[in-house]
Design a protein around this ligand. Structure first.
Ligand code: NAD
Ligand code: DAU
Length: 348
């Protein structure tokens, strides 16, 4: 039987890679992409697959409870892969309420819509919630986040994602909704909105503008290429155990300053600049409020139980990413010519 899968947030960074993977790998599935097209949603991310017969885009907001119930009645999805969210920590500091609305209330609306449609007919049904390692808080210089690590979110963004994870588990225990959750580390790659560290730095380096590094640049993140995350999502959606959580990470920790220096070297080469030229743009700025020190993920459950592993070495992934942005300057220029300039001016 043909399955219908509803993907939320499919016009965003990670969502667009997940939509492309599902549409091309599973021609028998009907893929519905529901996205509100906020500042972060961009249909350009999906131009190459938008005419596929198994793909439908619907502009809609997950905070609109009535519209969501209607959509579930009309399309009757068998599965949900839920990525729609407000995703940027700095924006959550200046506007926490929009994170509460989308990340918490929006998630509950989706859970209710799935529960009400599926009732007790749960055969082949699955609600997959995509979450973040930030729910676990901040690590010291040693240790890793595992699936058993206690939640300790510290930013409005991570607190809203932690809350949504709790809601998803509550719907599993209370209503027997067949859920699965994954918590992933920092993604990078094509189509990432240039408010996030790597594309922001790429954009500033190409324009010879200062690269803002928060604090001393000694905060640590664990970076994963976005297509490796999309592959993990495919695997977990199809083979993950109901009720379980899987951590996804790159086993690839970098201080922000070391990462920016590496990026500068790659950009110098790509732009035929003298070695060391881009590094001169590094500028230390005021630290992020409540800045989490270190994230590091232990993905051994996902690797051992479901057989996932990341495919790309970091340097290779960074080079691919830089090349993508330099070859898609129109994509970048379209974004930075809009509201982005206002956001950037308030931020830095
Ligand atoms: P993104 O900001 O690039 O995209 C979010 C998408 O959701 C956009 O297309 C936006 O239009 C849509 N959206 C926002 N509010 C909506 C609403 N109310 N209704 C419908 N659509 C709405 O985000 P991303 O970086 O691709 O992250 C996707 C998911 O993965 C999020 O849930 C995020 O928490 C999670 N995640 C992200 C990372 C990362 O490094 N980017 C890591 C781990 C987990
Ligand atoms: O860990 C997963 C999370 O990774 C996701 O859940 C979030 O959606 C995603 O945005 C990302 O959060 P971070 O806050 O880690 O990503 P960001 O790219 O904003 O910042 C990465 C690091 O770089 C962080 O330590 C802050 C720092 N930074 C960021 C920006 C934008 C700077 O030093 N300068 C900057 O200009």
């Amino acid at each position: 039987m043909k399955k219908t899968i509803l993907i939320t947030g499919g016009a965003g960074f990670i969502g667009s890679h997940v939509v492309r993977l599902m549409v091309t790998k599973y021609p028998d599935y009907r893929i519905i992409n529901l996205d509100a097209l906020t500042y972060a949603g961009n249909l350009e991310n999906l131009r190459d697959i938008e005419d596929r017969p198994n793909y439908t885009f619907i502009k809609g907001d997950i905070t609109d409870e009535k519209a969501l119930h209607q959509l579930f009645e009309t399309y009757r999805p068998d599965g949900v892969i839920h990525l729609a969210a407000e995703s940027h920590v700095d924006r959550s500091i200046s506007d926490p309420l929009s994170f509460i609305r989308t990340n918490i209330i929006g998630t509950v609306n989706l859970l209710n819509a799935a529960r009400d449609l599926w009732g007790s007919d749960l055969n082949g049904k699955r609600f997959y919630h995509i979450s973040t390692d930030e729910v676990y808080g901040s690590l010291g210089s040693t240790g890793y986040f595992t699936e058993e690590t206690a939640y300790d979110p510290r930013s409005p963004y991570s607190a809203s994602k932690a809350s949504s994870d709790h809601m998803v588990r509550a719907w599993y225990h209370t209503y027997k909704l067949p859920v699965v959750i994954s918590n992933c580390s920092n993604n990078y790659g094509p189509n990432q909105f240039p408010e996030k560290l790597i594309p922001l730095a790429i954009n500033n380096i190409r324009n010879k503008k200062p690269i803002p590094v928060y604090g001393k640049g000694d905060n640590i993140r664990d970076w994963l290429y976005v297509e490796d995350h999309a592959n993990a999502i495919d695997l977990i959606f199809h083979t993950g155990k109901i009720g379980e959580t899987y951590n996804i990470g790159g086993n690839n920790e970098w201080t922000n300053i070391a990462l920016i220096r590496k990026l500068c070297q790659i950009m110098d080469k790509a732009l035929n600049r003298k070695p060391g030229e881009s590094e001169k743009l590094i500028t230390f700025v005021k630290d992020r409020a409540g800045h989490d020190k270190r994230y590091a993920i232990d993905s051994s459950k996902l690797m051992n139980e479901l057989g996932w592993k990341p495919s790309l070495q970091f340097e290779e992934g960074l080079e691919k990413t830089v090349n993508w942005y330099l070859n898609n300057e129109e994509w970048l220029n379209n974004i930075i010519s809009g509201d982005y300039a206002k956001y950037y001016a308030q931020q830095y």
